[in-house]
Write a protein that binds this ligand. Structure first.
Ligand code: 5AD
Ligand code: FES
Length: 348
């Protein structure tokens, strides 16, 4: 298995059989070797820098009904809110003062925010903060809508593919959501010129080592600039409320494989990782990740954006999270930097 890790390091890809064998036969020793190589590669491209993204969760309303997600429309217990344009701009202002140069507008698929409303919000943010990058994460849209957002100034887009295996995808989603459309969206976004992020949950129900291998191969093919992965964590009011959570150990191993597969990628140590282990984000950085995404949403709405149970940082002001993360990164020898943090393999 050591030779497979070396092969991955040298060639940047393995076959499906090799990836899944490696995932299945992983040991703490192999993981140690993998993380060392992942850190080396990450440092070759990005040094000890950790990029910060200011996350603005602007709507908890969602028309979709994904079986894993606490914001699914059938969850009667979910608390719904929408931020106004002024509230969103206020989050950006606060974040700008704290050194954020990327804002991520994330929300459920909320029909209230029509393309027209979103274009207006995007242009206002770009006008107010021209030196900042703007990332959207608002789900599946048409080519024309994606194009309109891009023309208004959005330059990055996050849309996790969730799982590259079509049959697995159908087990995680109701039938109105299709794996084909998900992938169509990702390729449209690339074609339009966005820096694109895909990603998946680790340890989602019924996931196999082969599924994870397919995720890595899909990512290798798509060549996204960003990849977000985190453990699946059950939310008690969803159909998957009694399923097992993904583990820290497997998530870290996947982060290491991801770094060797896509050396230049921007890979966050996610909030979900910080939720399943008090030092999860630190361990994520030490396994190959290079981004953290603290929350800029007003504290008054934080507890209403609960994709999964026990989410961290729901009571902390943006400034507290910013400082907390800076200290956490310093403690492991990394530096949070004030910059847009563009992908080093993206030419505009
Ligand atoms: N556990 C972990 N991650 C989740 N997401 C949604 N629900 C959960 C959950 N229960 C992730 C999905 C989605 C992103 C916004 O959050 O991957 O794309
Ligand atoms: Fe939010 Fe530590 S990052 S309190």
């Amino acid at each position: 298995m050591r030779t497979l890790i070396e092969k991955l390091e040298n060639q940047g890809v393995l076959t499906k059989e090799e990836y899944s064998a490696l995932i299945r036969s992983r040991t703490p020793e192999l993981a140690g070797l993998l993380f060392e190589k992942a850190r080396n590669i990450r440092e070759r491209y990005y040094g000890k820098d950790v990029y910060i993204r200011g996350l603005i969760e602007f709507t908890s309303c969602c028309k979709n009904d994904c079986y894993y997600c606490g914001l699914r429309r059938s969850n009667r217990n979910a608390q719904r809110y929408r931020l106004t344009k002024d509230e969103i701009l206020e989050c950006c202002k606060n974040g700008y003062g704290l050194g954020f140069r990327t804002f991520v507008l994330q929300g459920g698929e909320d029909p209230y925010f029509t393309a027209e409303k979103l274009v207006d919000i995007i242009s206002s943010i770009k006008n107010g903060f021209p030196d900042c990058a703007l990332t959207l994460s608002v789900g599946e849209k048409s080519y024309d809508e994606y194009k309109a957002f891009f023309d208004a100034g959005a330059e990055r887009y996050l849309l996790r593919h969730e799982t590259a295996d079509d049959e697995h995808y159908r087990r995680l989603h109701p039938k109105e959501l299709s794996p084909e459309n998900r992938k169509r969206c990702l390729y449209d976004l690339k074609e339009i010129g966005y820096q694109v992020g895909c990603g998946f949950m680790v340890g989602s129900p019924w996931q196999t080592a082969e599924n994870l291998a397919d995720d890595l191969l899909f990512i290798k093919e798509l060549q996204p600039q960003m990849v977000g992965i985190g453990p699946f964590i059950p939310q008690h009011d969803t159909p998957f409320g009694d399923k097992q959570a993904g583990t820290l150990e497997l998530t870290l191993f996947m982060l290491g494989l991801l770094r060797l597969t896509l050396p230049y990628a921007l890979i966050p140590a996610t909030t979900a990782l910080g939720t399943i282990d008090p030092l999860g984000r630190e361990k994520g950085i030490q396994s190959g990740a290079n981004v953290v995404m603290p929350n800029l949403s007003p504290v008054s709405v934080r507890k209403k954006y609960l994709l999964y149970d026990n989410k961290i940082c729901t009571g902390d002001e943006a400034a507290e999270c910013r400082n907390c993360l800076e200290m956490r990164m310093k403690a492991i020898g990394y530096n949070v930097v004030v910059s847009r943090g563009d992908c080093c393999n993206f030419n505009k």
